[in-house]
Design a protein around this ligand. Structure first.
Ligand code: SF4
Ligand code: SF4
Length: 313
């Protein structure tokens, strides 16, 4: 049986869910879904001097994030893993455990055995102009799939990729070999490739690429009066690696910009066996200097291949 939701009933479906859950419509979000579990700025606890008691803000209601893209769902699977080890991030999971993620795909979805299972609890996959197939992927997904607006059909036509082939942007293809990416990125820095000098001249050090990336999660912590706050940090900001003595581990923008790539492709591969990128395209879309991560990686790859061919000759 295939469950189907009519396009014209999406709002009714959400309104019904809204009786039990807080609903967040993420369809037009600029920031990635990490913002709902690890907010740009949050008070993680307050301290009451009189009673000498510490209070941690509590999340009171289950919530649904609706309309996530497939790259964002994939990123959430990785972010959950990152936040789980080496030590579970309490503040992230107190929100994450209460959240239900619903994806929305306007294109056919590649499913196992050809592709890995997408993340999220439920995905609505467009099957024609007026209908979405409902894919329920977890127990949470099953719970929200009990809605009267979802209808079951025995036979319904589902579009498939021809021969199971999935069209992929170049960056997505490159991410299939995280070991190679890790090697070439590390190589380019060790060999002082010109690319890092060129990039430091173009980059404005604004941190936007980090804020919009669903897989950047560095933060700084600050104590103010009787509360402790944490807020997003970004590799390219001048104080990112500055410590209390005033010493800065990454004084130059060149070092800081490279650190963004190092963390995503070298350190992430070492720690998690994959790159911390899902080819969502946000960093390119919102970079005020027009830097394109895919082009940077292609340039590094070309430099590396040239180096290998010279070394062999
Ligand atoms: S968004 Fe662009 S300009 Fe800003 S720090 Fe990132 S790469 Fe540099
Ligand atoms: S494309 Fe850019 S923003 Fe998107 S996951 Fe990769 S590094 Fe992050």
């Amino acid at each position: 049986m295939v469950q189907v939701l009519e396009k014209k009933q999406i709002n009714d479906f959400l309104a019904e869910l809204g009786k039990k859950f807080e609903i967040i419509d993420a369809r037009n979000d600029i920031l990635p879904p990490k913002q709902y579990f690890f907010p740009p700025k949050e008070e993680i606890f307050t301290f009451d001097k009189k009673s000498a008691r510490v209070s941690i803000p509590k999340i009171k209601k289950d919530f649904i994030i609706f309309g996530l893209s497939l790259p964002d769902l994939e990123a959430m699977v990785q972010l959950d893993e990152i936040m789980r080890k080496p030590q579970e991030d309490f503040f992230y999971f107190q929100r994450r455990n209460r959240a239900y993620l619903i994806g929305l795909s306007e294109d056919p979805i590649c499913l196992p055995p050809v592709c890995a299972l997408p993340g999220g609890d439920m995905i609505l996959e467009k099957i024609n102009e007026g209908q979405y197939r409902v894919l329920t992927l977890t127990d949470k997904g099953k719970k929200i799939a009990k809605s009267r607006f979802l209808k079951s059909f025995k036979n319904i036509e589902i579009k498939k990729y021809p021969d199971g082939l999935v069209p992929m942007p170049t960056l997505k293809k490159m991410l299939l070999d995280p070991e190679y990416l890790s090697d070439i990125v590390a190589w380019s820095w060790k060999n002082d490739a010109k690319i890092w000098d060129d990039l430091k001249d173009i980059c404005l050090g604004c941190g936007i690429c980090t804020y919009v990336c669903p897989l950047c999660y560095c933060f700084s912590v600050e104590d103010r009066n009787a509360s402790r706050c944490r807020q997003w940090d970004a590799c390219t900001l001048p104080n990112f690696a500055k410590i209390s003595s005033g010493f800065n581990f990454h004084k130059t923008l060149k070092e800081r910009y490279y650190n963004w790539f190092f963390h995503k492709f070298v350190r992430a591969y070492k720690e998690y066996g994959k790159s911390q990128c899902v080819a969502c395209g946000r960093c390119k879309k919102y970079c005020p200097a027009g830097i394109d991560i895919e082009k940077v990686l292609i340039n590094i790859k070309e430099d590396y291949e040239k180096y290998l061919s010279v070394a062999k000759s």
